[in-house]
Design a binder for this molecule. Structure first.
Ligand code: ZN
Length: 279
């Protein structure tokens, strides 16, 4: 599943090809994905200029003067930028075609999504603030922005009996810390993932917030992908080559202390941790 770093890498890859450009066509090749495509999208966007791109959690945002296109990559989706005229392949469901500019010809932003859990939605500016959109309004703070801190984690977990890993992944305190990054961040902070969230001190949450920021930033820098079939915008595989310390290393010696990494289930998700290094 594309996690926050993949979505951010995708946004950064796509941005130079669409920002400031005028849409010349939108192609919808099926009724929708997880939810129906807005059928009026071609009329809504043709002739309109893309002002900027953004991201909120794992939602990629394409801003226009009259509203915002909200794209989610679901379990298996990815976006590519390509020249026009290339025939769509199986599972290519959505195209946003933009006019050429600065000596570059027209380009197509094409979404492939074999499992079809992704989404392409429209938020009209007339319907109010984007952050009040039903998909965005419950989201926690962005982990790479200034609102995220150990203090926030501490304050928001005083009543939470769930494990720290589940609290971190719940999405209502902080967004975008998926399974891999939660496991790796807890290792870096030296915190046992089974510890009840409300039992962790402020000082340890400060360490955890720092670890989350570092690990996500590192993943973005490395063109982060955790998804086998993630294809970066230039068409190359973005398979994540980062060295994990615990994730997917069950039974393998810890890189720090050599104890075997343990694998457990928490809320249906696999957690990997080191009993020595994480207390
Ligand atoms: Zn260890």
């Amino acid at each position: 599943m594309p996690e926050l770093p993949e979505v951010e890498v995708t946004r950064r890859g796509v941005a130079p090809h669409v920002e400031g450009r005028t849409v010349r066509n939108v192609v919808l090749r099926r009724e929708g994905l997880r939810w129906p495509f807005p059928a009026a999208l071609p009329q809504l966007l043709a002739g309109r200029k893309v002002l900027s791109t953004g991201r909120r959690g794992k939602y990629l945002l394409v801003h226009f003067e009259h509203g915002t296109l909200i794209i989610h990559l679901g379990m298996s989706g990815h976006l590519r930028v390509m020249d026009t005229g290339l025939e769509a392949e199986k599972h290519d469901h959505f195209d946003l075609e933009v006019e050429g500019q600065d000596g570059q010809g027209p380009q197509v932003l094409r979404m492939k999504d074999p499992r079809r859990f992704g989404a392409v939605l429209w938020h009209d500016a007339a319907d109010g603030e984007l952050e009040h959109h039903v998909l965005l309004r419950e989201l926690g703070v962005e982990p790479l922005e200034s609102g995220f801190s150990g203090k926030l984690l501490y304050d928001q977990t005083r009543q939470r009996s769930v494990s720290v890993k589940q609290a971190l992944m719940a999405g209502d305190i902080v967004v975008g810390v998926g399974n891999i990054y939660a496991s790796e961040s807890l290792f870096r902070a030296g915190i046992n993932p089974k510890t009840p969230a409300k039992r962790i001190s402020l000082a340890r949450y400060e360490k955890l917030a720092q670890a989350v920021r570092e690990i996500l930033a590192e993943a973005i820098v490395q063109g982060g992908s955790t998804l086998r079939d993630f294809i970066s915008v230039n068409g190359q595989s973005g398979y994540f080559q980062q060295t994990y310390f615990v994730y997917d290393r069950a039974g393998v010696p810890c890189r720090v202390c050599a104890a075997p990494i343990r694998q457990i289930k928490q809320g249906q998700r696999s957690t990997f941790y080191c009993v020595n290094c994480q207390k």
